[in-house]
Design a protein around this ligand. Structure first.
Ligand SMILES: *Cc1c(COP(=O)(O)O)cnc(C)c1O
Length: 385
């Protein structure tokens, strides 16, 4: 029958079955967890099974990578011990001290790494308003800028950068474009299809989705030297994801699409209600028409605007911290993308050089009933500062 077989199945179908791989020895439908660190060498001194030692990679991690490559429409994906290990590997793979251009609104820990460690390695890093292609174009140095690194939606203001426009600018200047797409997930945005060279995720967030794995991913649009360098960095810095984490991640990926679609629908509902709340000064969510990135988000994100939003609380920092203190259902914790909803006073985390305003609460919307989530926010916001 034509149009049958894996080549024609949709990414959600392939993810639901973790590619449908059946373990040959037992016919198990769930992949085994391969914990071994070492492998038998053939009598004639070869390693024909393709494995020798557990530091370069392992079979369970390769299985999760195969699923990720399919859903990101990538040539190949590589898993790392954390999102930070994945992001830093992109910079560590540059073959010489270079000019790097990065979003000024981005995950604070990587921004800090770029400001400190990347500079120590001899790179020059400039931060730019990547929501404005003209500003990015003015800051790029043709021939000198080797990497443009953007995050969209960008933490914690959920700024939207136009991946296709920035890819064209980066490529004209001879630079690679890497996109941190953690918040968008491959369900809502596929940066490689829009022209990015590399896509990065903190798999600790939506990809795993259950707040029980720390992991990171980089996937590439194509084979080549840049990609080989990233994989060499992973092996030589010892940054591969362990098999148990990969196994949990595989399990999480099976439900990725249903989780994030429901989470994004709830986020949209909460954003709309909070926008009319008497104690809220502003809601930051790209799904709202008044958000500055809404038009680009509408073009670039398919099927949802993600499940992260921020609220600026009337009454300033103390009112925001007091509201966070009163929640009962939301969990007061950092991180995002899990099945449980989290609330965080973000400026307390980010420290100096942060674009995060002091009255901002960051909300990661989980899988609870949105009415319960709204009622809890309502009672938490109600009592003034
Ligand atoms: C959490 C996060 C990271 C860092 O990932 P870890 O897995 O915590 O190392 C990077 N980017 C974004 C957008 C994140 O949310």
């Amino acid at each position: 029958m034509p149009n049958q077989g894996p080549a024609n199945w949709k990414p959600s179908t392939l993810a639901a079955q973790a590619l449908g791989l059946i373990e040959p020895a037992t016919k198990a439908v769930v992949a085994p967890l391969h914990l071994t660190t070492t492998f038998i060498r053939d009598a004639d001194n070869q390693y024909r099974a393709g494995y020798a030692y557990g530091r370069p990679d392992n079979a369970t991690t390769r299985h999760a990578e195969a699923v990720l490559a399919v859903i990101e429409k990538a040539h190949e994906a590589a898993l790392f011990a954390s999102g930070m290990a994945a992001a830093t590997a992109i910079v560590l793979s540059l073959s010489e001290p270079s000019h790097i251009l990065a979003s000024e609104v981005m995950y604070w820990a990587f921004r800090h790494w770029l400001r400190t460690e990347a500079v120590r390695l001899g790179h020059k890093v400039d931060f730019v308003d990547s929501t404005d292609p003209a500003a990015l174009s003015a800051a790029i140095k043709p021939g000198t800028t080797k990497l443009v690194y953007i995050e969209t939606p960008g933490n914690p203001l959920w700024t939207i950068s136009d991946i296709a426009a920035i890819a064209a600018l980066a490529h004209d200047a001879g630079a690679l474009l890497a996109v941190d797409s953690t918040v968008a997930t491959p369900i809502f945005t596929r940066p490689l299809e829009l022209g990015a060279d590399l896509v990065m995720h903190s798999a600790s967030k939506y990809l795993n989705g259950h707040s029980d794995v720390i992991a990171g991913m980089v996937a590439t649009a194509r084979a080549g030297e840049a990609w080989d360098r990233i994989k060499a960095v992973r092996t030589q810095f010892g940054a591969v994801l362990g098999p148990f984490e990969a196994w949990l991640l595989l399990r999480g990926l099976r439900t990725l699409e249903v989780r994030v679609k429901r989470q994004a629908a709830s986020a949209m509902l909460l954003a709309t209600r909070l926008a009319n709340h008497g104690r809220v000064a502003q809601v930051l969510y790209p799904g709202l028409p008044e958000h500055s990135g809404h038009d680009v988000a509408q073009r670039q994100m398919r099927g949802g605007f993600g499940a992260m939003l921020s609220v600026r609380v009337k009454g300033g920092e103390s009112a925001a911290i007091a509201a966070a203190a009163r929640v009962q259902l939301w969990k007061r914790a950092t991180s995002l993308g899990g099945v449980e909803s989290l609330i965080e006073h973000r400026a307390s985390v980010e420290g100096a050089n942060s674009p995060c305003p002091p009255d901002l609460l960051r909300l990661s919307v989980g899988l609870e009933d949105p009415d319960d989530l709204m009622r809890d926010l309502d009672q938490a916001l109600m009592h003034g500062p």
